[in-house]
Design a protein around this ligand. Structure first.
Ligand SMILES: [Mg+2]
Length: 425
């Protein structure tokens, strides 16, 4: 067992037992040193300025470490300090330079980068664990949705085996939080699975309603008796709609398009009325994403919200001879990047006490992830594990950097930010 580690543990009040990991021991030492440095306490003389963490004994373990400690690690402690941190699967020589106060921020797409369908990609766990250990702020940005950010964060935490907070998750519909209170107090049509109604409520919408509830109000609005309806919670004879919100993929296109067109062509959002002749859209219409296709386990790609949008806008134009005005969220829309950037900065400051240097966006889809990041001025990194698979770079939407997988993307970022000790690598 390495005597320097043993001495450091002893001087930091850490009792060694054989139940926890070497990595936790290293983390604990670094936390203690950081806190000592921050509170200007004298660092125990036996604690070396250079911690040699590259010990070969994987059985060195400590007591009373838990995952919440990992959030508190700060490795920027002593001048000229350098350390080799060996996580169980990633061997990196890190440059722990105290003058570097800012950290890179990383935005990950999920499908094709971290997971593929039901499978977590092999590099994902070690990559995220490494970022948590290094206190580097990261977020997940996906056009998917249909659930709250909190629920998604819980799911991701379980799948990726690292603590993930809801503040780190941006879904296609997340920016709908920013819609005005005036609209939030009115009735809004929510298109998507039933669960989207709860999501809308969590964003502050007071009266979200699904098409299957509206049909109960007056069944002749969609005269096909082939589904389980839900009771209509409002008296629609005396209510006005404030917006149409496309939250997530619909499995009831026909009734959703019919009712959405009815609302948009109505007089002041009152369902059952009609503007004759049609002059202007009665209420605003928001879309969470515009992906034409998405892929699942079926060999061919499936229609996404973009396909729904095409059918919807075409039918609306046939009815009114005017274009529908849609406020579009999701990648690659600027509004979604503005929203994500603000959240990343808040998360980094409030939860990690870190300032951001540069932002990197890691994705697998050139026309969505790369295009969005490039337009926004973030450093785009394209991986070869999803939509883009082979070749030097995408021809239409070339990324700034192309790597094989997500772990390589983080190694590139660490190197770009001078967080890797190049001399030793
Ligand atoms: Mg993807």
């Amino acid at each position: 067992m390495n005597s320097m580690i043993l001495n450091s543990c002893k001087n930091n009040g850490i009792k060694l037992i054989n139940t926890l990991t070497l990595e936790s021991c290293i983390n604990k030492l670094l936390i203690n040193q950081f806190h000592n440095a921050k509170s200007n306490k004298e660092i125990p003389s036996a604690t070396p300025n250079t911690l040699n963490l590259n010990v070969n004994n994987p059985n060195l373990k400590i007591e009373n470490s838990n995952d919440s400690d990992i959030k508190n690690i700060d490795i920027l402690i002593n001048p000229q300090q350098q350390a080799n941190i060996q996580t169980p699967q990633v061997d990196l020589k890190l440059n722990l330079n105290v003058t570097k106060h800012k950290k890179p921020g990383i935005i990950f797409d999920i499908d094709g980068v971290l997971v593929k369908g039901k499978n977590v990609l092999p590099e994902t766990l070690k990559t995220l664990k490494l970022l948590n250990t290094l206190h580097i702020p990261y977020m997940f940005l996906t056009n998917g949705g249909g659930k709250t950010e909190k629920k998604k964060a819980q799911e991701l935490s379980q799948r990726f085996q690292v603590p993930i907070r809801e503040e780190q998750v941006v879904l296609g519909h997340s920016p709908m939080r920013t819609i005005s209170d005036e609209i939030k107090n009115k009735l809004v049509l929510v298109i998507g699975p039933d669960s989207c109604k709860e999501v809308a409520k969590s964003y502050g919408f007071k009266k979200p309603i699904l098409s299957k509830e509206i049909i109960s109000w007056r069944p002749s609005i969609w005269p096909f008796e082939d589904q389980q309806l839900l009771d209509c919670p409002y008296d629609l004879d005396n209510e006005q709609f404030g917006a149409v919100l496309m939250f997530n993929d619909s499995n009831t296109w026909g009734q959703d398009i019919q009712i959405a067109c009815d609302i948009l062509r109505s007089q002041n959002g009152k369902l059952g009325t009609q503007q004759i002749p049609y002059e202007k859209q009665a209420v605003p219409c928001y879309f969470a994403a515009a992906d034409l296709l998405w892929s699942n386990d079926f060999p061919l790609s499936r229609f996404g919200q973009g396909a729904f949008k095409m059918a919807f806008t075409k039918l609306f134009k046939e009815l009114t001879e005017k274009d529908i005005d849609i406020i579009q969220f999701g990648k690659p829309e600027k509004k979604t990047y503005d929203f994500t950037k603000e959240l990343l900065e808040k998360f980094s400051k409030n939860c990690l006490n870190e300032e951001i240097s540069n932002i990197y966006a890691v994705g697998d889809n050139p026309s969505v992830d790369v295009l969005g990041a490039n337009n926004y001025g973030w450093h785009s990194i394209l991986v070869r594990t999803g939509v883009f698979k082979t070749g030097e770079n995408d021809k239409n939407y070339p990324a700034k950097t192309v790597v094989n997988n997500v772990l390589d993307s983080v190694k590139f970022i660490l190197s770009q930010e001078n967080l890797l000790n190049e001399n030793e690598n």
